[in-house]
Design a protein around this ligand. Structure first.
Ligand code: UDP
Length: 342
């Protein structure tokens, strides 16, 4: 399903550069998105990232990519926006955000403002440049769906217990709603994607994310820290699959629609994930069952079980996740073993 603009170009036989802005392009997901975008010969990608949650050595990443079509500003969105002159952009991908169940804790009370302020700035840039906007939201907006199963048609349940991660989820949901409504009353073209537990190379355990934590524990021969009884359910999706889903949503998604991006085939309990990581790394680490509040303090909160209904992305975007869970784990192990930061 070619994009209208591409069709028009092909029709006229003109190959014009496509200018793309990626906020958070030096993040775990952002860096894979940048690489995916640069596969297209006509792409010119500009990254804005203040490196606040970047797991990379961004200069090493740029050196390795080694492509003059990639340019960047190490700036907050606020400072980038304050410059006041942008583009041209045909596509904007908005990823920049505080992130991670542990990563968000230090921002309690300020998350709502930072997420909403930045999204409004990005909407403004999209309006001024006439770009298609893809907003990367979160599967946390479902608050657990139906026993963890989350479909785009489900209600968004705001859990009664106020926590820092609820502030993150509600801020992301508020932005989604603002975007959909803006599409109704203006010419803005926006789509939303909701990723489910992204994993793979370049993910850092710093934000609290489970797979890099388990892998590092396995490689160091330390006990794996499974929280509670480890019965929590997640579906882990390879970051390369998620990057592909994002591009498909931006180019083929319907205006004002949200798409789950997550691989339902990779559904697993955290206890089983720990066992599988031990097996794949051939580690002798034991598995410990621990209270995460003892590790990260009383603000830490567990999320409800979550795994996606991905039919909408598969049906409307032609998205097909390619990587099974063992490959997600193996690719992550390889990256962490190599000690890379690019
Ligand atoms: N988790 C765990 N041990 C760890 C880190 C995480 O048992 O060392 C659990 C966590 O409680 C959650 C799951 O693994 O149930 C996924 O955690 P992650 O932080 O990766 O993502 P999220 O909770 O946002 O889905």
């Amino acid at each position: 399903m070619p994009h209208d603009q591409d069709q028009a170009r092909e029709g006229r036989g003109i190959m014009k550069d496509k200018h793309i802005l990626v906020t958070g392009g030096f993040g775990f997901l952002g860096s894979h998105l940048v690489e995916r975008l640069l596969v297209d010969e006509d792409a010119r990608v500009h990254v804005v990232d203040n490196l606040s949650t970047s797991p990379l050595d961004h200069e090493a990443f740029v050196r390795r990519v080694n492509d003059p079509r990639l340019t960047y500003d190490v700036l907050s969105i606020e400072d980038f926006f304050a410059r006041g002159s942008f583009g041209p952009y045909q596509e904007i991908y908005h990823l920049a955000s505080v992130v991670g169940p542990v990563g968000v804790l230090g921002h309690a009370g300020k998350i709502t403002k930072s997420i909403t302020d930045d999204t409004y700035r990005v909407i403004d840039i999209a309006n001024r440049t006439n770009a298609r906007l893809c907003d990367v939201s979160t599967s946390e907006i479902y608050g657990g769906g139906r026993d963890g199963y989350c479909s785009e048609n489900d209600s968004k349940i705001i859990t009664p217990k106020v926590s820092v991660r609820l502030e993150y989820a509600v801020a992301k949901l508020a932005c989604e709603i603002a975007l959909v409504n803006t599409c109704k009353v203006s010419d803005l073209f926006a789509v939303i994607i909701r990723p489910f537990n992204i994993a793979g190379p370049r993910q850092s355990g710093k934000g609290g994310f489970v797979l890099p934590r388990f892998i590092k524990q396995c490689l160091a021969g330390e006990p794996l820290t499974v929280y509670g009884d480890g019965g929590m359910i997640r579906a882990f999706t390879h970051v390369i699959d998620v990057a592909d889903g994002i591009v498909r949503a931006a180019r083929h998604g319907r205006r004002g629609e949200a798409y789950n991006i997550g691989n339902p085939q990779n559904k697993i309990s955290i206890r089983e994930l720990a066992e599988r990581t031990v097996r794949i790394t051939a580690s002798e680490s034991r598995i410990d069952y621990v209270d995460p509040k003892a590790l990260f303090g009383p603000l830490f909160e567990e999320a409800n079980d979550k795994y996606p209904d991905a039919d909408k992305a598969m049906g409307e975007l032609g998205w097909r996740p390619r990587f099974d869970l063992d490959t997600v784990i193996r690719d992550s192990v390889e990256y962490i073993r190599a000690g890379r930061l690019d």
